[in-house]
Write a protein that binds this ligand. Structure first.
Ligand SMILES: [Zn+2]
Length: 312
């Protein structure tokens, strides 16, 4: 399991005292963070580009306003299919670095051109530790049936706790390499980010305590594979190899969802909802809109977790 390898990389604290403490601390942390959100930086003269908005969350959580973060894929666009206009590519000219996840369609198609056109741009792969762990885990070539990303493994690291920790750690290391004179600042910021992620984990752990959550869910695009693995859930995917499903595949999804007593069908704004509606109707499930591509990581992952407990 990828989980065992990742657990070795990023230690999980698991005593019940710790749990209680983190739940209490998380409430305190959230209010403190709200209070001291903006420090008094003027304009950021450090600019980094990223592929998608959730990456901005991790970098800003560490650097606050000391680094300006520019996502190349605009809100509402699908990073598997989106290709940048020349004006988007021009933003890279002002950036010191480009942080990519590794494995998103946008990156597979455009990384080489970004490298070639911006020879002085520093480039960091935020998902590197995770993709190594995944490869180690699977031995030979990954042939997941349904993650929908050609030529590799599931890149949706950010919708999981361990994935978030790994992306945060990669962002921290990259910031130290890029701006070593601010190392102390990045290190403090990274400490705060780790606490925030632990707090989110504690809240989810508490929500799911005693197995109160749904054990399986249906989703159009497979964005929650790591989340499902991390919390022992089954993700049933409508999309077929990154494309619209065949009628036969849709029937399989419906049968599987029935067998697993699925009550929730997750839909995402960047993707088709027609088939999701069909599945929801067939099994009498509720459709819930999620947006794993938006920048507010904490809110989004908690919304997903709560949907699996309070949905219906
Ligand atoms: Zn995706």
């Amino acid at each position: 399991m990828i989980r065992t390898i990742l657990l070795r990389l990023f230690s999980y604290k698991d005593s019940s005292t710790y749990r209680l403490l983190t739940v209490v601390l998380s409430i305190a942390a959230i209010s403190t963070l709200a209070a001291c959100k903006q420090h008094t930086d003027k304009r950021a003269d450090r600019i980094v580009a990223v592929t998608i908005a959730p990456q901005r969350f991790f970098i800003e959580a560490i650097a606050d306003s000391a680094v300006q973060v520019v996502p190349l894929v605009p809100a509402g666009s699908n990073p598997e299919e989106y290709d940048p206009s020349p004006s988007v590519m021009k933003q890279l000219a002002d950036a010191d670095a480009y942080f990519y996840i590794g494995g998103l369609g946008f990156e597979q198609r455009n990384l080489q051109a970004i490298r070639d056109n911006n020879p002085r741009l520093s480039i960091f792969e935020m998902g590197e530790a995770l993709s190594h762990a995944a490869h180690e885990d699977h031995g030979e070539a990954c042939t997941h049936d349904s993650h929908g990303h050609s030529g590799g493994h599931d890149p949706h690291y950010w919708t999981s706790i361990i994935g978030a920790k790994a992306l945060g750690h990669a962002a921290y290391k990259a910031l130290v390499e890029l701006y070593p004179d601010q190392e102390h600042r990045w290190s403090e910021g990274y400490g705060r980010l780790e606490k925030r992620i632990d707090s989110v984990w504690a809240v989810i752990d508490n929500l799911f305590a005693g197995g109160r959550m749904d054990k399986a869910f249906v989703i159009y695009h497979p964005s929650l594979g790591y989340f499902a693995e991390e919390f022992g859930l089954r993700q049933i995917v409508i999309e077929q190899d990154g494309k619209e499903p065949s009628a036969a595949h849709l029937h399989q999804v419906i049968d599987q969802a029935r067998a697993d007593n699925v009550r929730i069908v997750f839909i995402q704004p960047e993707f088709e909802t027609r088939q999701a509606e069909e599945v929801a109707r067939a099994i009498g499930a509720e459709m819930i809109r999620i947006n794993p591509l938006r920048g507010s990581w904490e809110e989004e992952i908690l919304h997903i977790a709560r949907s699996l407990v309070h949905g219906k």
